[in-house]
Design a protein around this ligand. Structure first.
Ligand SMILES: [Zn+2]
Ligand SMILES: [Zn+2]
Length: 358
């Protein structure tokens, strides 16, 4: 058998870090001189002093209280279908346990642990053992480290102790579509042949997914590839299919393609990371990805129907909001654009719950 080797010009991805895009160090950050550090500290101190005098004069007039935090967690009972945690080969802000604990405090129901390079079926078992109260799920992502589209990797993933390995992601940053889109490598891991149909290895993987009722996620396949995978998945008998972050750069399905995918039984994943991306993003790697507004996502939900969507965050990167905060932002952002609480529960709990536990 040919060994899996993917020659690259450079490396980019959606949920990792800013590899290939060097950043300018911020003033006062590691590497700054002592003089620069004290200059920054002096400016900060002056700002605080000014703020204190403003607060004093405001207090002299009338005392204003902010509203208390909501009595009910906005993400109570919901499931985050897409999280990234440490340990990882990329910079992560929290580990599996820290994420699970933060979600438990907010009374979330479940989390799906995703990793581009390593198994998470085993980690889901440990996360549950350490944090009874949260339902953690994992799986395998069929990038290079798993051997590409490798049915053996899937066969051993679902056998992992506990049975919490429920998700199979087709290639993400090693996907042929991804590396060609970002010009990272001449070619990547293919999922369809020259005829546009799913490759035999993909069909083997789908067979295992059907037998074991695993969730098939399309990864970073193009819309046309994703539709071919969905068709093959249906042929194989899979009834749990998700178009990974359908609205993001690289995938970027049109409304018509989303409708087609939904009509074939696939669920479309909306993620909290989308609104943070775009040319104005605070982290350099996110500036290469299209901004997805709450208005746009709400429009998709209204047009295609909440029963065809699943919610996640795709968060966990160092420097981004925590997963529960990002999820709460997504929920309030969608509701501000006219999505009802009932629709949120459909997408964030019922659809995801059926995929993972139905
Ligand atoms: Zn992704
Ligand atoms: Zn991700």
């Amino acid at each position: 058998m040919k060994p899996f080797i993917l020659p690259r010009w450079r490396f980019t991805n959606c949920c990792g870090h800013n590899w290939g895009h060097p950043t300018e160090p911020a003033p006062g950050a590691a590497g700054a001189t002592r003089r620069e550090f004290f200059k920054t500290a002096a400016v900060t101190a002056a700002g605080l002093a000014a703020l204190a005098s403003e607060v004093k004069s405001a207090a002299a007039q009338v005392r204003v209280f902010p509203p208390p935090p909501p009595a009910v967690s906005p993400i109570e009972g919901l499931i985050d279908f897409h999280t990234h945690c440490a340990p990882d080969a990329f910079g992560r802000a929290v580990d599996d346990d820290e994420s699970a604990q933060a979600y438990m405090v907010r009374k979330a129901e479940a989390v799906v642990l995703k990793n581009h390079v390593a198994l998470t079926a085993d980690r889901a078992w440990l996360a549950r053992k350490h944090n009874p109260g949260i339902k953690a799920f994992g799986g395998v992502c069929l990038n290079g480290p798993a051997g590409g589209v490798n049915p053996e990797a899937v066969q051993w993933m679902w056998r992992m102790q506990g049975g919490f390995g429920r998700v199979v992601w087709l290639p993400t940053f090693d996907a042929d579509n991804h590396v060609k889109h970002f010009k990272d490598a001449p070619e990547g891991v293919k999922v369809v042949g020259a005829d546009g149909k799913a490759l035999p290895a993909v069909r083997e993987v789908l067979k295992v997914c059907a037998q074991q009722k695993l969730v098939v996620c399309t990864g970073h396949a193009s819309p046309a590839e994703a539709l071919a995978i969905i068709e093959a998945a249906r042929d194989a008998g899979c009834d749990r299919i998700v178009v990974t972050h359908a609205e993001f750069e690289v995938v970027n399905m049109t409304v018509e393609q989303m409708k087609k995918a939904a009509s074939m039984g696939a669920k479309l994943e909306i993620d909290a990371l989308g609104v943070l991306m775009g040319p104005q993003a605070h982290l350099p790697f996110m500036r290469h990805w299209r901004h997805v507004s709450y208005k746009e996502s709400a429009g998709h939900i209204k047009e295609i129907g909440a029963q065809n969507f699943v919610l996640g965050t795709d968060l966990g990167q160092t420097g981004n909001p925590s997963q529960p905060d990002g999820y709460a932002m997504l929920v309030s952002g969608l509701m501000a654009e006219g999505i009802s609480r009932e629709q949120i529960v459909t997408m964030g709990r019922e659809v995801a719950g059926k995929l993972l536990m139905g």
